[in-house]
Design a protein around this ligand. Structure first.
Ligand SMILES: CC(C)(COP(=O)(O)OP(=O)(O)OC[C@H]1O[C@@H](n2cnc3c(N)ncnc32)[C@H](O)[C@@H]1OP(=O)(O)O)[C@@H](O)C(=O)NCCC(=O)NCCS
Length: 224
């Protein structure tokens, strides 16, 4: 079972990280994969109440990978931690399936109370490098959190949030932009089946948005 989970995670790296060239390379050179494997072991002991052993294995994992995952955290399937260094995942954090996070992401607490105090991350969420998600907030399925964002409030499914404190990105584009379900780095055209067409669509949308702004500006001037 554990091997099956690991092999599907290796496949997830291959599919989603353009830098991953072979399964062997992922197995040997991706600390995120090693951290998830070590977490499987540490959480086994934690769940069987061998708390100190669980913590010691987790600590060894942190030493080896630079990624700190508390043995009490619950991780979904095909969880990809890209680069990984500096990632911290707290004791009561929950991570859904097909989540993709980058280095220096924190799923942290803001309270010293016992009980649920870390975030719950939905399925298929992307969390950019350096983002901090703090408290028992829920990040909905398919959401994207921009690099260096600090999330303190729940994030709606499918939303993109950026900044400190994180706010939803206003999508006032007038033409539809087709986005694939996962895009490396969370940006629309990288990894798109046809990046050129995607870029053209983005440019077309930008032009239409500019035209709309110019028209509104002209109308406002005429009304003065
Ligand atoms: C958040 C993110 C997913 C948005 O991508 P997108 O849908 O292409 O969004 P856009 O580039 O159209 O940006 C939308 C708006 O958000 C702003 N924005 C985007 N990313 C931001 C960020 N990380 N912090 C603050 N503002 C950001 C843009 O400036 C833009 O603002 P505007 O509407 O005022 O012009 C992407 O920018 C991101 O941060 N991805 C993570 C990448 C990463 O961590 N890479 C590490 C690789 S090692």
């Amino acid at each position: 079972m554990a091997l099956m989970f690991l092999s599907e995670t290796v496949r997830a790296y291959r599919q989603r990280d353009p830098a991953a060239r072979s399964n062997l390379e992922v197995a040997l050179c991706y600390p995120g994969l090693h951290a998830v494997a070590i977490h499987g072991l540490s959480s086994f002991f934690w769940r069987h109440r061998f708390y100190l052993l669980g913590r010691m294995i987790s600590h060894a994992g942190r030493f080896l990978t630079g990624i700190e995952i508390h043995p009490g955290a619950r991780l979904g399937r095909r969880f990809v931690i890209d680069h990984g260094m500096g990632v911290v995942i707290g004791e009561t954090a929950e991570v859904g399936d097909d989540v993709y996070i980058y280095h220096q992401v924190t799923l942290g607490g803001i309270s010293t109370q016992l009980g649920k105090r870390h975030p719950t991350i939905g399925n298929n969420v992307i969390i950019g490098a350096g983002a901090k998600i703090l408290g028992a907030v829920v990040v909905g399925d398919n959401a994207r959190v921009g690099s260096n964002a600090v999330v303190l409030q729940p994030v709606m499914p499918g939303a993109t949030v950026v900044g400190i404190p994180a706010r939803a990105v206003e999508r006032n584009r007038v033409a539809p932009i087709t986005k694939p379900s996962f895009v490396a780095y969370g940006t629309p055209c990288d990894g798109a089946p046809d990046p050129l067409t995607c870029q053209i669509e983005v440019l077309r949308a930008e032009i239409l948005a500019l035209e709309a702004r110019v028209a509104a500006f002209t109308q406002a001037r005429a009304a003065e």
